[in-house]
Write a protein that binds this ligand. Structure first.
Ligand code: ZN
Length: 315
């Protein structure tokens, strides 16, 4: 199967444009009973359509929270509108990566990009929610994984959700801040918790199943919907136990001649430090330590792009 085969169809989400509380494509339902505010995000990246398919399905099931409040949002709709199966990589964002703008100085500043505008629109919601699931997908056919920044509350929530099979904890040397690292979430002194799920390769059919299962189980463990509803609609009824890996570092391509030595898909394991994994210009890139996992290899990395993260089993 070619890495970029398009097995999923981007759903028409225009009927969600109005939103429920004045923010386009954000729908919030209040149970009228006390309980947490839980939120599921799709399309933080415009070409990661599995999340849009999952939310579309959740809307079609007519799910409403049994306690607290539930919000479902399609985030970077401006980018998603440009999704073209003939050029599927082109619609990740409009002006910049929505998942790097979560720094107060930029959110509060006067800079105008399509993504900052949308971030400012949604920020009041993120400021209110207690639990957030941000749905993504990957460039390679890696097994699905949950990404957490690394706080204990995040690890616990990811384990409680129970899917997908891998959890990756750590920052991974990126510039800017991801939504899950936005200050109110990245705070040990409160219970607000955000996790991110990478459901598989962007356009593989299974990514939509992983997105739906993860979203339903997340809504279940955060108390928004009951277990019976979760079990009725998830594809995987008995998921395997999860494994957790801590990010130990990252590698940024130094040249545009960065090439992996093999078609790695992610979560390959290397017992010994110094195992060759890529070449970068004239240099050989090797694993930095024993017992090392490769996480989310980026086969399209150009000079200055993050090419992969390394990880080790969590203690
Ligand atoms: Zn993404």
């Amino acid at each position: 199967m070619p890495q970029d085969a398009i097995e999923l169809t981007a759903p028409d989400i225009s009927r969600f444009a109005r939103g429920t509380h004045g923010i386009p494509y954000a729908h919030s339902f209040d149970s009228g009973k006390p309980g947490p505010h839980v939120m599921v995000n799709a399309l933080t990246h415009g070409n990661e359509i599995c999340g849009a398919i999952a939310l579309d399905k959740i809307f079609s099931l007519g799910l409403r929270p049994k306690q607290g409040r539930m919000t479902l949002a399609f985030v970077n709709v401006g980018a998603y509108r440009r999704f073209d199966p003939a050029k599927p990589h082109a619609s990740r964002f409009v002006d910049e990566d929505f998942n790097r703008v979560w720094v107060e100085s930029r959110l509060d500043g006067s800079e105008q990009t399509a993504e900052l505008k949308r971030a400012r629109e949604l920020r009041p919601v993120f400021d209110q929610v207690d639990f957030l699931l941000d749905i993504h997908s990957m460039g390679t056919r890696s097994t699905a994984l949950t990404i957490v920044h690394g706080l204990e509350k995040e690890r616990k929530l990811a384990l409680k959700v129970g899917v997908p099979p891998w959890i990756v904890a750590g920052q991974g040397h990126i510039q800017g801040k991801r939504l899950i690292e936005y200050t109110p979430f990245n705070d040990r002194s409160n219970a607000k918790t955000a996790i991110l799920v990478e459901c598989g390769q962007h356009w593989e059919a299974n990514a939509a199943r992983v997105a739906l299962d993860t979203a339903l189980r997340f809504l279940g463990v955060t108390g928004a919907i009951d277990d019976e509803t979760v079990m009725k609609h998830v594809h995987e009824k008995a998921p395997e136990p999860q494994k957790m890996v801590d990010v130990s570092g990252g590698y940024t391509a130094k040249t545009s001649e960065f090439r992996f030595v093999k078609e790695f898909i992610g979560l390959e394991h290397f017992t010994k430090a110094g195992s060759p994994i890529a070449t970068d210009g004239g240099e050989t890139v090797t694993t930095p330590h024993d017992d090392c996992y490769l996480i989310m290899p980026n086969h399209r990395a150009k000079k200055g792009d993050r090419a992969l993260r390394f990880g080790r089993p969590s203690a």
